[in-house]
Design a protein around this ligand. Structure first.
Ligand code: SF4
Length: 277
């Protein structure tokens, strides 16, 4: 399901999300099996989750219970084959190297070198932002915030935060912690929606499968709000063909899933040896 709302009279404060898998019709062969993806930029994105280790302790982190053993040989072999096959079929758009903290992985350099054979590396250092934006005027800078109990506490604090940083960002993004069920009706994100409804201009509200993504303009500042319902995603995936891919995630042991749920839609299990075609 994809619904785009641009009129406040149709805006939904607590949208009921649903899905429709009809548009997942682009065939893709990976590791000898036929899969289907949506013809969409984000479906052609690969998440390389190179390590679960991290030297930070963010209170909202969902990775802290995850501890998958790293397997360099398997990871590099599987990523090499995945990149090759995606690229050969014209379905490789972007790659992100993530974790945990990727720099804690000894072979992150080898992963970067492998990715560089297929993708241009877009590096951005904080001190170079002004210079970078001059050279690339279409680049937008977003400050992305997760709302949680140890962070911003009220709408006033959110407004002050944006006022402070608005000079160096084009857009602020707020999201709540991932939930498995319907979120509370009175949490800060929901309160902020009412505030924006009363005081801001609605640019658009997008309802798509298991997530809501909306953009507002407040005193010239663009604000996006987003929320995913992972419980709905789980239920959707239980009721659809196994060969539809919603994500492509490579885990530290080389296991590749077509879902954020590791054992769903397994493209290549951790234990299988892989050779580049
Ligand atoms: S993995 Fe990311 S979110 Fe989690 S503790 Fe590390 S830096 Fe924070």
């Amino acid at each position: 399901m994809l619904k785009i709302i641009t009129n406040k009279s149709c805006y939904q404060f607590s949208p009921e999300l649903a899905t429709d898998t009809v548009s997942y019709n682009l065939p893709l062969t990976l590791f000898g099996k036929q899969w289907y993806i949506m013809d969409d930029y984000w479906m052609k994105h690969i998440h390389l989750k190179i390590t679960d280790r991290c030297n930070a302790a963010c209170p909202f982190c969902i990775e802290q219970d995850s501890n998958i053993r790293e397997n360099k040989e398997q990871f590099l072999a599987n990523v090499s084959r995945l990149l090759y096959e995606m690229d050969a079929q014209g379905h490789l758009s972007t790659v992100s190297i993530t974790g945990g903290e990727p720099a804690l992985c000894d072979y992150v350099g080898e992963v970067v070198d492998m990715v560089k054979r297929y993708c241009h590396l877009a590096e951005l250092k904080a001190e170079c932002i002004a210079e970078y934006r001059q050279m690339n005027p279409s680049t937008k800078i977003r400050i992305q915030c997760v709302l949680h109990e140890k962070g911003l506490q009220s709408i006033e604090e959110m407004l002050t935060f944006m006022e402070h940083y608005k000079g160096c960002a084009d857009d602020f993004s707020f999201r709540r912690l991932i939930t498995l069920d319907k979120p509370a009706e009175d949490d800060l994100l929901q309160q902020f929606k009412y505030y924006l409804f009363n005081y801001a201009e609605l640019v658009e509200q997008v309802l798509k499968d298991y997530y809501v993504y909306e953009t507002w303009r407040l005193n010239g500042i663009l604000i996006t709000l987003s929320h995913s319902n992972m419980g709905l995603l789980r239920r959707m995936e239980e009721n659809e063909p196994d060969n539809l891919l919603r994500e492509i995630v490579v885990h530290p042991d080389g296991h590749i899933s077509g879902s954020w749920y590791r054992n769903r839609k397994v493209i290549c299990p951790a234990g299988r040896k892989s050779t580049k075609t």
